[in-house]
Design a protein around this ligand. Sequence first.
Ligand SMILES: Cc1cc2nc3c(=O)[nH]c(=O)nc-3n(C[C@H](O)[C@H](O)[C@H](O)COP(=O)(O)O)c2cc1C
Length: 337
Amino acid sequence: MTTLKTTYMGLELKNPLVVGASSLTADLDILKAIENAGAGAVVFKSLFEEQIQLEELEMQNELDEYTERHAEMTKLFPTLKHAGSKEHLLKLRKAKESLSIPVIASLNSMHPDTWLEYALEIEKTGVDGIELNFYTTPKDFEVEGKVIVQSQLDVLHSVRKALRIPVSVKLSPFYTNPLDVIKRMDAKEVQSFVIFNRMFQPDIDIEKEELIQSLYLSSSNDSRLTLQFTGLLYGNIAADICSCSGIMNGTDAIKILLAGATAFEVVSTLYQNGVGQIPIILKDIETWMNSKGYKSIEDFRGKLAKKNLKDPFAYRRAQYVEILMRTNDIMQKSKLV
Ligand SMILES: Cc1cc2nc3c(=O)[nH]c(=O)nc-3n(C[C@H](O)[C@H](O)[C@H](O)COP(=O)(O)O)c2cc1C
């Protein structure tokens, strides 16, 4: 009997497919559909401190405007306050209570104190784990990379020390050496690394000559970077590896498991194909396992990780150089000229 069961972040999952944080995972009806479709776990949409601050600011501005015009009316509501994180925490608690698969929360904060404060609030909702979403887009020319890494290590240390639930870290690939950063974070005894988040990238409307923010979804090619680092990390860190970005179908999922992932997160493929893509991916994994005679994921997980390959150049730059040297053979000349 083939089983897709896995243990991720110390949690028993019926399969390694985790639906990643997105607007899909903030809606209870969709979360129910995700569970019914067979997902192993879900990551609830992130609590973004920045968003709460913006909303609070907007609300304060509206109130100030109102105060000027109708001072006597706002006095009627002296306790009126923005719900802030409370609304998010209520929804999170409701999701945890309504689902039987593990619910992992996600947090993106801005200051060391608030990381810890919100993480503790999240833990109280009863969720099964928390993903720290270390999402920072470079914006300051003056801040050295090592300062950002150190502040993330400090946050991780304080959150890990204070919380009892499993903690994972979701990272971007934009570090000079992501392997070094992950190794140092691994020493803080986190349960998993989610590699990698996809960063916000603006687009430009050339007619209006304006920056636009359109929803950009992944394609399978985006899983190459994830696959590379999954294969490099497997067997070298204590934490689990949850691969993320560009895992669109069963083939992408099988590749990432062969590279060494304990679990994988999907988002874009659900926006593109609907929640019905979940059983398709799971079925494809099972069919492939049966064709290979594998009974469990442990039978093949990490089989093609760097650690398990004899070729010293696997996952190395030398392979890339060789590809570049062979480009003429690979490309069909007739199509180019
Ligand atoms: C509409 C949308 C909303 C997202 N919201 C979050 C979020 O709240 N927190 C988070 O950590 N990642 C968020 N992400 C990133 C995804 O969780 C995921 O890391 C990324 O989309 C790459 O996975 P994919 O290739 O399967 O889409 C969001 C992605 C999309 C497309």
